[in-house]
Design a protein around this ligand. Structure first.
Ligand code: CAA
Length: 379
């Protein structure tokens, strides 16, 4: 087992850290307050190759491994977890799926644009009645001549309002359940496709989360991903990798919480001493650091398994389950250490808590991660 990063990993980490500290951190709180999408920052992330990190250079991606992606995601999310999820969805849920299962023509037309970051992608699986129960798709795709006709509603779609391209799961044959769901590439601006409600959220407020509506929306047959009936396998396999990205986002938030708590505990005085001198604070910091290290190990292990072509589904579920849990706990402890100052906006730690919570919910709740892990154990 090798615990060292190679030169490329270190370079990516430094590049992401510099960018995040200079371009994201100073204004993250303002974007959170105004619920403002980071358009300029996403363009710069694209210039750095962060929007298609694992896509081969042939398709205008950065041609890097999953470890590099995790390192960059941690740095970006440490400064701004909203930017983290925008990046994660484009990389893991959109580019990876198209690179792995798309046709040559689909890659020419869509992957180049998405991996270079000239276009932004979204992934539409969730519906009002299909969250954890992902196979219960009500959106339909009717085979009609040279196209499929989509009808239905998707909800909680990250990047949905700003995406140029959306990967949409829909039932081509409701009677076949999970085997009757297919995946489609849908262009923004397609007739019958519209962005409906924008959600007001607790956290990750500068990333957009919306409902999407399809009313007799025609999608050309060449935009079907894989075969008819491949949609659920496509979505769940894609989410196996997505969960590594969300684990990394949670690590970034946990790291930010720890860094803020260490800094504040050295500065803040009580009873004529820095509060860092008190064992009550020291033990909190020690636990936060230990949990973070353990969550990193799980996440890098899942990324490594993916990079060497081994089964990484259960490992990515463990990484997301644990990293999201400790991100919430670390943010709570950071607030506790800051006392009253932690509860107000000045020190960012209340944002870390608001941002951390969603990592226990999207791309499979913690309960779903336990389903995936226990199924791997029990068969
Ligand atoms: N990879 C490939 N195929 C898989 C798979 C995987 N990881 N897991 C299951 N499958 C296959 C199964 O083999 C089965 O196919 P067969 O019948 O041919 O064997 C099919 O998919 C259906 O699987 P199950 O029978 O196991 O289905 P289930 O109804 O019991 O559900 C589940 C399984 C684990 C609960 C799954 O539905 C799940 O993961 N739910 C959570 C969905 C989720 O993560 N949603 C997040 C939305 S996206 C999002 O949040 C993005 C964002 O915007 C940030």
């Amino acid at each position: 087992m090798n615990f060292e990063f190679n030169e490329t990993h270190v370079m990516i980490q430094e590049m992401a850290r510099k960018f995040a500290e200079e371009e994201l951190a100073p204004t993250a709180d303002q974007r959170d307050e105004k619920e403002e999408f980071p358009h300029e920052a996403v363009k710069k992330m694209a210039d750095l190759g962060f929007m298609g990190m694992m896509v081969p250079e042939q398709w205008e991606g950065a041609g890097l491994d999953t470890i590099s992606y995790v390192l960059a995601m941690i740095e970006i999310s440490k400064a701004d977890a909203s930017a983290g999820v925008i990046m994660s969805v484009n990389n893991s849920l959109v580019c990876w799926g198209l690179d792995t299962y798309g046709t040559e023509a689909q890659k020419q037309q869509y992957l180049r644009e998405l991996a270079s970051g000239r276009k932004l992608g979204a992934f539409a699986l969730s519906e009002p009645e299909a969250g954890s129960d992902a196979t219960n798709q009500r959106t339909t795709a009717t085979n009609d001549g040279d196209s499929y006709v989509l009808n239905g509603t998707k909800n909680f779609i990250t990047n949905g309002a700003n995406a140029d391209v959306v990967l949409v799961m829909a039932a081509t044959d409701r009677s076949r359940g999970a085997k009757g769901v297919s995946a489609f590439i849908v262009d923004k601006g397609s007739k019958g496709f519209s962005v409906a409600k924008k959600e007001k959220k607790l956290g990750i407020r500068s990333s957009d989360t919306v409902s999407l509506a399809f009313e007799d929306c025609r999608v050309p047959k060449e935009n079907l991903i894989g075969e008819e009936g491949f949609g659920i396998k496509f979505a769940l396999k894609t989410l196996d990798g997505g969960r590594i990205g969300i684990a990394a986002q949670a690590l970034g938030i946990a790291q930010a919480s720890l860094d803020a708590a260490v800094k504040y505990s050295k500065e803040r005085k009580a009873f004529e001493k820095p509060i860092a001198n008190f064992q009550a604070i020291q033990f909190k910091l020690a636990d936060m650091a230990t949990n973070l290290e353990a969550a990193k190990m799980l996440t890098f292990k899942a990324a490594h398994l993916k990079d060497i072509g081994e089964n990484y589904g259960p490992a990515s579920a463990m990484a997301k389950l644990y990293a999201s849990k400790i991100a919430v706990e670390s943010a709570l402890e950071a607030i506790q250490i800051h006392g009253g100052y932690g509860y107000v906006r000045e020190y960012n730690v209340e944002r870390y808590l608001r941002d951390a919570k969603i990592t226990e919910i999207y791309e499979g709740t913690s309960e779903i991660q336990r389903v995936v892990i226990s199924r791997a154990l029990l068969g």
